[in-house]
Structures are given as structure tokens and as C-alpha cells.
Design a protein around this ligand. Structure first.
Ligand code: GDP
Length: 175
């Protein structure tokens, strides 16, 4: 990133299939839908203007799963913020998101890193298994921000990334 721009790194976590790659590709502005199944992680970096201020945000997509031995160490160095994604159409992914939230807190005990809980696939209205209220309540219990997105419709995706930047700025200014 240009040296004069504040830069942040956010890590995307969540069960396979919840839409992390799709969310990251929208952020990265990548049109082609290449198959990156072989990759351990994916990385996108760009500058964004939020509230009239430019910031460089890097998105790191973590393809491992909570509970794996190496996750703690990986997590401990990975991000300034964590974006934990579940699918509103898959309850199991919601439960895993809560576990990941616990794991992130354990790995980053010392610092109060921003965490954003994301209920993706909000377009799948008829197969919804997790209500907005449940998502919101979970975020309240775990003391993190909450947003529902649809990567498929590109709904709330910009709001998500802008929210991440705002959280990071607040924290840096306080810190
Ligand atoms: P990842 O494994 O978490 O990276 O998930 P992917 O980004 O690969 O998405 C898994 C599948 O869900 C793909 O078929 C995507 O097209 C689909 N998908 C991702 N986001 C959405 C969404 O918001 N709505 C719907 N209906 N499908 C989505």
C-alpha cells in the first residue's frame, strides 16, 4: 500500500460454502470465477474511501476450520479484524460461527480486536434456517457487530467492508 495510507488487514472465517470467496471477490473486484479450491488462503487488497477518508484494506480468506490445531497460531497473527461468516440457510454454519468467535477471542485474548458476524445468503428467503433476531442476539452475546449480506445480489457487501473500516478506525483512535 502507499505508505501514507493507513492500512488494515481483516480475516474472513467461516464454514466452507458460506460465501467467503464470493464476498472476497466482490471486495477485490474480481470478475472471473476461477476455482481456487487448492488454495490455503486467498488475499485481496485495495484502497477504499470510507467517510471521505482513504484506507487500504487487505482481506485474507482463511480456508481452514475452527478446531484445527494450527488455527490458533495462524489466527494470532492474522488480522486487525475478523469477519466471521455463516449462511442464514444453514444452521450448522451459524453454530460453527459461534465456536469460531470463541476461538478468535482465545487466540487474541490480550487485544480487543473488532469482530463482525455476517449472516450471508440473505436472498435465500425460503430456505432460511437462522432468523435475523437470532443473528443479532448472537452478536450481542459475543459483543460483536452484525450484518446480513447477500453476496449473490451484492446486497450489503459494501456496507460490510465500510463497517469493518469504521470499527478499525474507532479502535485505532481509542488505542
Ligand atoms: P466459501 O467456501 O465460504 O468461500 O463459499 P463460496 O464463496 O465458494 O460460495 C459457496 C457457494 O455459495 C457458491 O456456489 C456461491 O455461488 C454461493 N453463494 C455465495 N454467496 C451467496 C449468496 O449470498 N446467496 C446465494 N444464494 N448463494 C451464495
Amino acid at each position: 500500500p502507499p505508505p501514507h495510507l493507513p492500512s488494515y488487514r481483516a480475516m474472513l472465517l467461516g464454514e466452507p460454502g458460506v460465501g467467503k470467496s464470493t464476498l472476497a471477490r466482490i471486495f477485490g473486484g474480481v470478475e472471473d470465477d476461477y476455482d481456487a479450491d487448492f488454495a490455503v488462503e486467498d488475499y485481496y487488497q485495495r484502497s477504499v474511501v470510507v467517510d471521505g477518508e482513504e484506507t487500504t484494506l487487505a482481506l485474507l480468506e482463511f480456508c481452514g476450520q475452527a478446531g484445527e490445531e494450527w488455527l490458533d497460531d495462524e489466527l494470532a497473527h492474522a488480522g486487525d479484524a475478523y469477519i466471521i461468516v455463516y449462511s442464514i440457510a444453514e444452521r450448522a454454519s451459524f453454530e460453527r460461527a459461534a465456536e469460531m468467535r470463541i476461538q478468535v477471542r482465545k487466540a487474541r485474548q490480550a487485544d480487543d480486536v473488532p469482530i463482525i458476524l455476517v449472516g450471508n445468503k440473505s436472498d435465500l428467503v425460503r430456505s432460511r434456517e437462522v432468523s435475523v433476531d437470532e443473528g443479532r442476539a448472537c452478536a450481542a452475546v459475543f459483543d460483536c457487530k452484525f450484518i446480513e449480506t447477500s453476496a449473490a445480489l451484492q446486497h450489503n457487501v459494501r456496507e460490510l467492508y465500510h463497517g469493518v473500516v469504521r470499527q478499525l478506525r474507532l479502535r485505532r483512535r481509542r488505542g
